[in-house]
Design a binder for this molecule. Sequence first.
Ligand SMILES: [Mg+2]
Length: 129
Amino acid sequence: MKKVLVVEDNEDSRELLCAMLEDSYEITSCADARSALALLESTTLLPDLLLLDISLPGIDGIQLLHRIRSSEALAGIPAVALTAHAMKGDESRFRSLGFDGYVTKPIVDESQLIRVMEYLIHRGGKPTS
Ligand SMILES: [Mg+2]
């Protein structure tokens, strides 16, 4: 099973994501960036994909991704931004910040999320659409 690290501070959203994905992926979840970084730096967890909420207390998802991209060991892990603040231009903004994919919350269509995840896990590159 592919390993996915979910970082989401909202407990309900985190539990929903884990429930949606746990049959298909080995999920590890964190409620904030600090614990995610501690986990990534201190353990043997090398996820195949990151699902990062953007609005996190303290270090936000954008800063978290920046920290991950600065680490040689972690830099290549594909990352999907999760955000409730969907606005025109967001997708290109998140891509320019280093995210490989973008999913709007609330997630109503889990197959769309899984499609993005599968694409990134198996292609290891940026989707073309
Ligand atoms: Mg949040």
